[in-house]
Design a protein around this ligand. Structure first.
Ligand code: HPA
Length: 265
């Protein structure tokens, strides 16, 4: 594990990122906001996962957003790729070891709310870990019992909301429910999710939030809505649609995060 952190410290020199950002499917445009980017493919970083999902580039990008030093993880590994909830453990632990304090996680999601159509951006205020897996299973110290009452940091949440307000970009707020995927949900599962309190559903992010809290990172997260969830319209869902629709909300989310982070300089 130390391999990745030592490797990156060697490459980064004096650059010490304060913010880490994980970009989901089709959300790579935030990388364009990174000044003086140093780009390193995951394949070159010891222990980093190389994702098999199309639309997930797998690139570590260090640089600045405004005056704030950042490290962007463009592309992620998912639980559904290998049944491994720890798939993102090395990247998240590495961010902590290279000095990151704040982690912003992004994803594409299906919306359960009529007032949150495709193209919307939703700040994740809380989550439901419905996939039945946990990245801390198998750890043997008492540190595995991570509190999740304040998993999403209050100050970062305010920072994100204020940034959206300054830009006049609507930012919804809701509960994200993690399904394992890779098949999409059924209409019955979506009706269940709504009853259980979900506003959006997706196949990622939650294990990363748990890992980040385990490693002591502060967390904020946001979803870009790519579709109404199963059964809400007549149409079938597809990954093609996710990739096609992500840039719509993705551009808005990128603007919000850029504003949020550059004002932290
Ligand atoms: N369900 C699960 N994951 C998703 C969806 C969805 O409807 N849209 C984008 N990612």
């Amino acid at each position: 594990m130390t391999g990745a952190a030592d490797f990156l410290k060697g490459r980064l020199g004096a650059h010490a990122p304060r913010y880490g950002i994980v970009l989901g499917s089709g959300l790579g445009s935030l990388v364009d906001a990174v000044a003086e980017p140093l780009r390193i493919p995951y394949a070159e970083i010891p222990g980093f996962p190389v994702s098999s999902v199309s639309g997930h580039a797998g690139e570590f990008v260090a640089g600045r957003i405004g005056d704030t030093p950042v490290a962007v993880l463009s592309g992620r590994a998912h639980y559904y790729e290998r049944g491994d909830a720890k798939a993102m453990r090395v990247p998240i632990e590495t961010l902590k070891r290279i000095g990151v304090e704040n982690l912003i996680l992004t994803n594409s999601a299906g919306s359960l709310r009529e007032d949150m159509p495709p193209g919307s951006v939703m700040r994740i205020a809380d989550h439901i870990a419905f996939a039945g897996a946990n990245p801390l299973i198998g750890l043997e110290s008492d540190e595995r019992f991570v509190g999740m009452t304040n998993a999403y940091d209050a100050a970062l949440a305010i920072g994100m909301e204020e940034a959206a307000e300054r830009l006049g970009i609507p930012l919804a707020r809701g509960v994200y429910m993690w399904f394992s995927g890779p098949s999409f949900e059924t209409p019955a599962e979506i009706r269940m999710a709504r009853i259980l309190g979900a506003d959006a559903v997706g196949m990622s992010t939650v294990p990363e939030v748990i890992l980040a809290r385990f490693f002591g990172l502060k967390v904020a997260a946001a979803s870009v809505v790519t579709n109404f969830a199963a059964g809400m319209t007549g149409s079938e869902l597809s990954h093609e649609e996710t990739k096609q629709m992500a840039p719509l909300g993705g551009t808005r989310l990128a603007a919000i995060l850029k504003e949020m982070i550059s004002s932290e300089g």
